[in-house]
Design a protein around this ligand. Structure first.
Ligand code: MG
Length: 262
C-alpha cells in the first residue's frame, strides 16, 4: 500500500532531503583523479553524522558503507574501495541520510577530470531523463507516465534503461511502496496522489539494459561491460506540483557578484 505523507512528515522529509542534497554537492567536488572512492565514503559519513543524521545505507540489509560508489560499467550498489578515480572515469555517487526518522535519497554521476564526449552525453541524457520524470510526478498521473518519460527519452537517443533496479516510495523507510520502474506505458500503473514521496532514479546504459551482480553480492554491472549512468532525486507530489526535496539551489556564481561591483 502506498502511504501519503502528512504536512508535518513532508517538512521532516524536506529537511532530510536538503541535508543529503548538500552532502552530495560536497561529494561531487571530491571526484578528482587520485581520490579513492573510500575517501568519498568517509567524507559522506562524517558530514551526515556531523549534521545529526544517520547514513541510511550503512547496515541496510548488510550493506557495509554510507554511499554506493559505482564507476564506469558499474550501474548501482558499488562498494567504495581503495580504487583511485582516474581521468576519464564516470563516477556514480548514491547517498542516503535519515534525519529525525525520515529518509532522503539522492544520486548523481560525475565526470572525473576530462571525460569523452560519449560519456558526457550519457550523463547529460540521464539527467534529462530524471528531469522529464520529475515533471510527471503530479497528482492524477500514473506511475507508467514516469517510467515512459525516462524510457522514451533514453531509447530515442540510442540508450537502454535498466529493468532490474527501480525507483521507490520513500519515507520512514528508504524503500517503501510503490516500485517506480524507469520504463512503462503512459496512463498505466497506480495513480499518483498528493502527499506521495518518491525516489526516482534512472539508470541508463550505452549498450544492453541487462545487468549482473558481482561476487561481492552487491555491485551491479552491465552485462556487456559498457558504461552506465545513474541519478536520483527524492520528490514530493504536492498541490503545487513536484517538489524536489534533494535539489539544492546553488548560490549565485561569484563572477556575477564581481560584475555587479564593477
Ligand atoms: Mg534509491
Amino acid at each position: 500500500m502506498i502511504i501519503g505523507k502528512s504536512r508535518k512528515e513532508l517538512e521532516k522529509m524536506r529537511a532530510a532531503g536538503q541535508l543529503v542534497g548538500r552532502v552530495l554537492q560536497e561529494l561531487r567536488r571530491m571526484a578528482e583523479p587520485g581520490v579513492t572512492t573510500l575517501e568519498v565514503n568517509m567524507a559522506a559519513e562524517r558530514m551526515i553524522r556531523d549534521a545529526g543524521a544517520l547514513p541510511t545505507f550503512k547496515g541496510y540489509h548488510g550493506f557495509p558503507f554510507s554511499i554506493c560508489a559505482s564507476v564506469n560499467e558499474q550501474v548501482v550498489h558499488g562498494f567504495p574501495s581503495d580504487y583511485k578515480l582516474k581521468e576519464g572515469d564516470i563516477f556514480s555517487i548514491d547517498v542516503g541520510a535519515t534525519l529525525a526518522g525520515y529518509v532522503g535519497d539522492t544520486a548523481t554521476t560525475v565526470p572525473v577530470g576530462r571525460v569523452s564526449d560519449e560519456l558526457l552525453r550519457l550523463i547529460r541524457v540521464t539527467e534529462e531523463c530524471l528531469e522529464l520524470a520529475i515533471e510527471q510526478c503530479r497528482a492524477g498521473n500514473h506511475l507508467g507516465d514516469i517510467g515512459w518519460a525516462v524510457q522514451s527519452h533514453a531509447e530515442a537517443r540510442g540508450y537502454s534503461v535498466v529493468r532490474e533496479y527501480v525507483g521507490h516510495g520513500i519515507g520512514r523507510k528508504m524503500h517503501e511502496d510503490p516500485q517506480i520502474p524507469n520504463y512503462g506505458t503512459p496512463g498505466k500503473g497506480s495513480k499518483i496522489k498528493n502527499g506521495y514521496v518518491f525516489a526516482v532514479e534512472p539508470m541508463v546504459n550505452i549498450g544492453t539494459y541487462e545487468t549482473k551482480v558481482l561476487k561481492d553480492g552487491w555491485t551491479v554491472v552491465t552485462l556487456d561491460g559498457k558504461p552506465s549512468a545513474h541519478c536520483e532525486h527524492t520528490i514530493a507530489i504536492t498541490e503545487n506540483g513536484p517538489e524536489v526535496f534533494t535539489r539544492v539551489t546553488e548560490p549565485a556564481p561569484t563572477t556575477q557578484i564581481e560584475m555587479a561591483g564593477v
